[in-house]
Write a protein that binds this ligand. Sequence first.
Ligand code: FUL
Length: 448
Amino acid sequence: MKRREFVAAGIAVGAAACAPGFTWEAGPRRPVPSASQLWWQRAELGLFTHFGMNTFTDREWGDGHEDPRQFNPTRFDPRQWARAARAGGFRYAILTAKHHDGFCLWPSKFTGHSVKNSPWRDGRGDVVREFVDAMRGEGLRPGLYLSPWDRHEPSYGSGAGYNEHYVAQLTELLTQYGPIAEVWFDGANGEGPNGKKQVYDWDLIHRTVRRLQPNALMFSDAGPDIRWIGNERGTAGDPDWCSVDPALVPYAGFDAPQVGEWLQHGQADGTVWRPGEADVSIRPGWFHHDAEDAKVRSTENLLELYFASVGRNANLLLNVPPTREGLFHEADVARLADFGRRMRELFADDRAARAHVRRIAGGVELALRAPVAIGMAVLQERIERGQAVSRYRVDALVGGAWSTVSRGTTIGRSKIDRFAAVTSDRWRVIIEESAVPPRLGDIGLFAA
Ligand code: FUL
């Protein structure tokens, strides 16, 4: 889509000029994304890769007593993962460097429970190294998941001792593998090997990431840079604000009645920018299980996930788990390729690209060169200036009268509306309510 900015007519300069229906709230400046968050939101699609001990034990959660000798992929090649991800249109990828069982996919100095005590590459292999190299080789930015919950590590549950251990592992990952786009802090916090639960020192953990890699984005249910969308079904809320009040959910794992709402919808008057990420697996499990090879999501289903996440102002983090061979299964590879192909087809022909655009009261009007059947509108705000729209509608001029084809709440980085195809050469987007004067970005109109 083209890059243009429309400041909806008459609403950019202040309360007096607001079109009827606008709410104008003078007040503190609204939050905006950092450069890293902006890149990340524009990237839209992340690939999640759950790989590790569970791949070999056919489980979802290991208990930490697994023998490292069980880890032995026979044809390990993350370049195959990276090619499949790229074909699917993914722009970043996150690997489970350590899952809850504590088994490390890199040769950490701080535990023996790692690839270095496996037969794979005679104990000299490093999955994290090959992963980051392969992803970068295909133009994807790598990210890493380091489970705070560790069911193997003896110091888990000890307080400061384990926090130091965790930070030491984090430091290895953030100093030995180049730029890491996203650090994924999973919310699970169960009991360790001695039956104790750990109190995580989030402040120390966050400071460590900021110090070592200021451009890395931190994900957790609380943030501080990216918030979990609140479910593992891959769907964002509607509305979905990129802003939240950080005091309401101060740290990962914080439990309060309002957390679900906060995660799913963000907050219109939030003071910090914290866009949502919707994680979901292409299969029933996060790890690969032979028994699920026939249960890979269909392309249609993946497209629905895209519309329910990216189409509602969140990112989609789709998990594709490698097999015991260390490769993506052919069914998953085929699905990713098909998804990428369908996406390119769907968004190939933006009928608004050469439209004549003018500002009108409360919105923008697009005059196409000829009437065309449109079944999908892609709306965007210029989020580098913040998010403002809380109610809008899309109209088409049909038989000399404007008729509304879709309505919505928030827009943000992207809002995608699908509707029964309407043929018209005149379209408009009317902003009915906005926290401050909105700045619309690209508007795309596509066939169904
Ligand atoms: C959850 C974990 O318990 C699952 O195993 C998986 O990693 C998922 C993404 O997050 O909290």
